[in-house]
Design a protein around this ligand. Sequence first.
Ligand SMILES: [Zn+2]
Length: 74
Amino acid sequence: MAKKKLWKKQNRVVSVGFCRYCQNELINTDSFVSFYPSGHAHYLCMQKDDDLKQQVLQSVEHQLHQEKENYAKR
Ligand SMILES: [Zn+2]
């Protein structure tokens, strides 16, 4: 049986900090993002948040558009 190569140097796990969205610990092997001037988050958590923002924005724009149309009809 062939020996498995161990990539010890690449496998070093270092704690980066805590995710600002899910509050879980971030390690350097996760895909994460850093914020300026401080703070970190999982890439996926940030994406979820972006989706949420996008949804809110769209519903607000939709509402504004409808209000304008109602105003024009009067
Ligand atoms: Zn997270």
